[in-house]
Ligand binder design. Structure first.
Ligand code: NAD
Length: 266
């Protein structure tokens, strides 16, 4: 209940999916929450839910692609709570990625710039302005949500995989630069998570079968990623930094879910 007591957690993409689950889980562990999202109404609804449960939360509207907007988000968080102990960075437009990304040869340049601008530059801007404050405090935990698509190939997602691959690399170099002064940086790489947009794939029988066949223990729920983020945010993880943590129901652990007796004719 108290693993994040006295901490302030800023969660981007906090109005939906993994970010929303992170807001609720960190609040339940005693953190004061900044729900940051481009969707003002949905962010306010999450903050209201947290307050109704007796915890502290504010909603801040922010576009992580825009430096002034990110700096205003940090300023609003500090104005209300005075410090930022945890950044859990999730902001992404799933429809942009799922509907617009392509194989490199068919990938329009404007789509490349849109996805890299949101995923990679958005991470740069958010982490930069939060980390400046954390360095001043000489403490903090930055948790970046990457993806297993940054670790294993996925055709048709060349902009997203490149941008998230950048997030993975930046996690390590940021840790190397910041952790000697007290700021930890880790990435979580989820497999398929049952978030509102991703649920569309599961409604289709063929899609669900294909996705389930890639996971050893079924698709993950947002709350399961949030639970790991709580650990990385907490002092229990005080020496964990620079880690690329796979949370994927076994997705990256195996080549194919085959019956070895049948394939090897044993
Ligand atoms: N769901 C999955 O299967 C899955 C798998 C691997 C990685 N991820 C990663 O997890 C993170 C969260 O994904 P999700 O599935 O929970 O998404 P989601 O769509 O449920 O939530 C993303 C939130 O980000 C907000 N957002 C979009 N553009 C923004 C911007 N410019 N500035 C601020 N906020 C913005 C949206 O309004 C939304 O509330 C993403 O980084 C995604 O790449 C998700």
């Amino acid at each position: 209940m108290d693993r994040l007591r006295d901490k302030v957690a800023l969660i981007t993409g906090g109005a939906s999916g993994i970010g929303r689950a992170g807001c609720l889980a960190m609040a339940a562990e005693g953190a004061r929450i900044v729900v940051a999202d481009i969707a003002a109404d949905r962010a306010e609804a999450v903050a209201a839910d947290i307050r109704e449960a007796g915890c502290e939360a504010i909603a801040v509207t922010c576009d992580v692609r825009d430096s002034a907007s990110v700096q205003a988000m940090v300023a609003a968080s500090l104005a209300r709570f005075g410090r930022i102990d945890v950044l859990f960075h999730n902001a992404v437009s799933v429809p942009l990625v799922n509907k617009m990304d392509r194989r490199i040869t068919e990938l329009p340049e404007e789509t490349w710039h849109a996805i890299v601008g949101l995923v990679l530059t958005g991470t740069f801007l958010t982490a930069k302005y939060v980390a400046q404050k954390m360095l001043e405090q000489r403490s903090g935990s930055i948790i970046l949500t990457a993806t297993i698509d940054a670790l294993v190939g996925q055709s048709g997602l060349d902009a997203y995989t490149a941008a998230k691959g950048g997030v993975v690399s930046m996690t390590r170099s940021m840790a190397a630069g910041l952790s000697p002064e007290g700021v930890r940086v880790n990435a979580i790489c989820p497999g398929f998570v049952r978030t509102p947009h991703q649920s569309d794939f599961l409604d289709d029988e063929q899609g669900r079968a294909a996705i389930e066949s890639l996971h050893l223990m079924g698709v993950m729920e947002p709350e399961e990623i949030a639970a790991f983020a709580v650990f990385l945010a907490s002092d229990e993880a005080r020496r964990m930094t620079g880690g690329i943590h796979v949370a994927d129901s076994g997705y990256t652990a195996f080549k194919a879910n085959i019956d070895p007796d049948a394939v090897f004719k044993r």
